[in-house]
Design a protein around this ligand. Structure first.
Ligand SMILES: N[C@@H](Cc1ccccc1)C(=O)O
Length: 469
């Protein structure tokens, strides 16, 4: 079957009987190269015959020729200006710019103007440059006389180029069979189907891929963790990434010479914070000096760091002396210097929680943790005694993951009175901190932690939306 373009060319050749590649190209507005390929194809299929192929020297319009044809010749422009009456030489110069000299020389040569006392007068009514028609002819591929060619060449409007020219003759009509999309009982019964070609279908072609908007998969995971906490009766709290050492460390009973406060363990930020609660500062100072036995420095406490644990948010909640019963949680980024690789980043997410209740105890805390982990999809957990400066007793929480076994997932414990009492909290309080990134990696089947933060749109689109976990 012939393409639309081939049919167009064939019908042109049919109208002409015999024609040339130049004529086809000019009349149908096709580049020569496509005319050749179409004509050769038509010939090979027997619709046309190539009568002759010759190399010919052809006139082609130069760039200047093309623009003059479109925008007008300088002398035409000059005469147009003069059509409203005589004009001063300088004025014509101003209007015509660099075209002025050419315009004047051709207008004089052709006896179109008269110059007297610095004024130009037109001697004709209207003027159309004869070059215009010649250029149009040249463009259509028509022959020009020797003088005509030299005129155009002299004005740099055309140049000669060697071109292949084919002469082609019409032979036969194209078949008017169109492709059949549907085969109906009528077509089969009448035998009509024989007249058609069948439209071919590629049954292996994939349907168009339409990406739909969806949340970043790690964000989705974090939001589900929030839902779990809210369903257990916790309220969400938040605090800033840039934190005073006071909340990140001091209030959590981490002494100022504790290695975790060294620069290698948290990112220092220039500047310092401010704490108005003198009473709180005094009590924290007392408790540090009494139990850790060193000179507590308020300036150190007011230094800024990128928070290294979301327990800093818990400390901020405590500093407001929450009345029991209180259940709060926070989910957010924390920052720790580290060498980045497939399992370590310098920023990651923690979920910290705090419960303040009159008769709270470790057993209850472990029960709550069991519920939280069940909500997150970890059915089996176990606890191991551990140490944190701010809790006593302290535990590490391990969760069971098929194929991996027991994986450490969280730290928890009852907050020490050294932490709660300076803040005016006298009821028992449980707290925990849970790393979300590793959990997310396990659930989402992510091998490289950096993929959790990927902004590669193709990768993100390839992630399945998790219906449940
Ligand atoms: N903040 C601790 C975890 C923790 C929080 C609260 C209580 C006990 C432990 C950590 O980042 O490792």
């Amino acid at each position: 079957m012939l393409s639309e373009l081939e049919l167009r060319v064939l019908s042109f050749i049919k109208d002409k009987g015999v024609t040339s590649s130049t004529e086809i190209s000019a009349s149908l507005g096709l580049p020569k190269s496509s005319v050749f390929s179409v004509v050769y194809h038509l010939a090979s299929e027997g619709y046309v015959r190539i009568v002759s192929t010759k190399k010919e020297r052809k006139l082609v319009l130069t760039e200047e020729g093309e623009t003059r044809l479109k925008a007008g010749f300088p002398e035409e422009k000059l005469l147009k200006i003069l059509s409203r009456g005589p004009v001063k030489v300088q004025e014509a110069k101003d209007v015509l710019g660099k075209d002025f000299e050419i315009a004047m020389s051709w207008a004089k040569k052709r006896g179109l103007i008269n110059i007297q006392r610095g004024e130009i007068t037109s001697l004709v009514q209207t003027y159309k440059a004869p070059e215009r028609e010649l250029l149009e002819k040249a463009k259509r591929g028509e022959r020009l006389g020797v003088d005509e060619v030299s005129l155009l060449k002299g004005r740099n409007l055309v140049e000669e180029k060697e071109e292949t020219e084919i002469e082609v003759e019409f032979l036969r009509e194209p078949e008017l069979r169109s492709a059949l999309l549907f085969l109906t009982p009528e077509l089969i019964r009448s035998g009509e189907w024989r007249k058609y070609e069948f439209k071919k279908f590629n049954v292996r072609a994939l349907p168009p891929y339409v990406p739909i908007g969806k949340k970043h998969y790690f964000r989705e995971f974090i939001e589900r963790a929030k839902e779990v906490m809210i369903s257990l009766g916790f309220s969400e709290v938040k605090s800033d990434y840039v934190e005073m050492e006071f909340y990140n460390f001091d209030m959590l009973f981490q002494p100022q010479d504790h290695p975790a406060r060294e620069i290698h363990d948290s990112f220092r930020v220039e500047g310092k914070g401010e704490i108005k609660d003198e009473e709180l500062l005094k009590k924290v100072k007392e408790v540090h000096e009494k139990w850790w036995n060193y000179k507590w420095d308020q300036e150190v406490a007011l230094r800024l760091v990128m928070r290294s644990q979301t327990t800093a948010t818990t400390a901020r909640v405590l500093s407001t002396s929450p009345k029991p019963p209180a259940r709060v949680f926070t989910i957010g980024k924390v920052f720790r210097p580290d060498a980045i690789d497939a399992t370590h980043l310098i920023e990651f997410h923690q979920l910290d929680g705090l419960i303040v209740e009159e008769d709270f105890n470790l057993r209850k805390l472990l029960g709550v943790l069991k519920e939280i982990f069940a909500g997150l999809g970890i059915k089996e957990i176990k606890f191991k005694p551990a140490y944190f400066p701010f809790t006593e007793p302290s535990v590490e929480v391990y969760g069971w993951i098929d194929r991996l076994g027991w994986v450490e997932m969280a730290g928890a414990g009852l907050l020490r009175p050294e932490v709660t009492e300076p803040a005016g909290v006298y009821s028992p309080a449980g707290a925990w901190g849970l790393g979300l990134d590793r959990l997310a990696m396990l659930f989402l089947g992510v091998k490289d932690i950096r993929d959790l933060y990927s902004d590669d749109i193709e990768f993100l689109r390839s992630r399945k939306v998790e219906a449940q976990w």
